[in-house]
Design a binder for this molecule. Structure first.
Ligand code: AN0
Ligand code: CP
Length: 315
């Protein structure tokens, strides 16, 4: 693996998930693998899980880990051929090349603008960084994807599935803020590559980008979608068509115990952070069906598997 920015970078998905489980079973088995190697993590946006789990994973492999709140350094220019007389002090061209002098791997988190769909869907910031960096790049959630989360989710589903081909439902949720489509896009992309039956349910207006939804069935009736489900994965996202907008008010789409009762004793999943009693009722997230903490736990093993794979290809 040369970079880790989407499921398309993964040579063998089953192998990568197996590697994550192997790390979980034996956390310190590869404790010298990253010796004398440096992992630099750049956060243009906030994080709790991604930041800590990736740092922990790097440390477990013996790496030096440096995390930078990228918003606190010089303001970066990402456009080419501009006259840099505004507030941007440094171009990504130099910044990425400079970071590559110190880092063996670079991780980056960069949220979408949610105002410029074209720029967001070209994942411009991530790609500019990859263009000008000379070392492998790990996406810690970009404008349109969150692959470390999806690897974690696949791992969690594989552990808890009771049938060979479980029914997995991605259910849109209400939220007071306009959120990226990244987690949903990525989840769909990874589930399409896995042995599951995926159904996506959301109100009209929240259709995912055609290149992500592909041939995955969409059911506009949430209750119908929940029937026979083995996993309910909830996430809020803003509209793609009416880009970045929140079109729906009210709690009609919140996950409740009544809705969970329509499923096949389904597990409840969410990437976190989650707004209680907006996205999901307390009774569901606090029930034994909730896998949210297990998902968060698995983030460290997913990160470890990814870092190991990238380090292996550096050798
Ligand atoms: C972000 C999102 O929806 O992409 C990060 C989730 C992992 N969520 C929030 O900003 C609440
Ligand atoms: N799930 C997730 O990526 O959480 P953070 O935004 O806290 O990293």
């Amino acid at each position: 693996m040369k970079h880790f920015t989407s499921v398309h970078d993964v040579d063998d998905l089953t192998k990568l998930v197996d590697l994550a489980f192997a790390a979980k079973a034996n956390p310190n088995h590869n404790k010298n693998m990253g010796q004398h190697k440096t992992l630099i993590l750049l956060f243009f946006n906030p994080s709790l899980r991604t930041r800590l789990s990736t740092e922990v994973a790097g440390h477990r492999l013996g790496m030096s880990v440096i995390t930078m709140n990228a918003g606190q350094g010089w303001k970066l220019e990402f456009e080419d051929e501009v006259i840099m007389n505004s507030d941007k002090a440094e171009h990504i061209k130099e910044a990425a090349a400079v970071i590559s002098q110190y880092a063996d791997l670079i991780g980056v988190r960069t949220f979408p603008s949610l105002t410029d769909r074209e720029a967001d869907y070209q994942d411009r910031i991530l790609h500019k960084l990859m263009t000008y960096a000379s070392v492998p790049v790990i996406s810690l959630e970009s404008a349109i994807r969150h692959p470390l989360q999806s690897l974690t989710d696949l791992m969690t589903i594989r552990h808890f599935q009771k049938t060979e081909r479980p029914k997995v439902v991605l259910s849109w949720a209400p939220h007071p803020k306009a959120l990226p489509q990244a987690v949903a896009n990525s989840f769909v992309e990874w589930m399409q590559a896995a042995a599951v039956d995926l159904v996506v349910t959301h109100p009209p207006g929240y259709e995912l980008a055609p290149e992500f939804i592909g041939a995955t069935p969409v059911e506009y009736d949430q209750k119908k979608a929940f029937a026979e489900a083995d996993f309910i994965y909830t996430k809020s996202w803003s509209s793609y068509a009416d880009y970045g907008k929140v079109l729906t008010k009210g709690s009609e789409w919140m996950v409740t115990p009544e809705k969970m009762a329509l499923t096949q004793n389904a597990y409840f999943m969410h990437c976190l952070p989650v707004r209680r009693n907006v996205v999901v009722a307390d009774q569901v997230i606090d029930s034994s069906a909730s896998l949210v903490i297990e998902q968060a736990n698995n983030r460290q093993w997913a990160a470890q598997a990814v870092i190991q794979s990238l380090l292996n290809d550096l050798l």
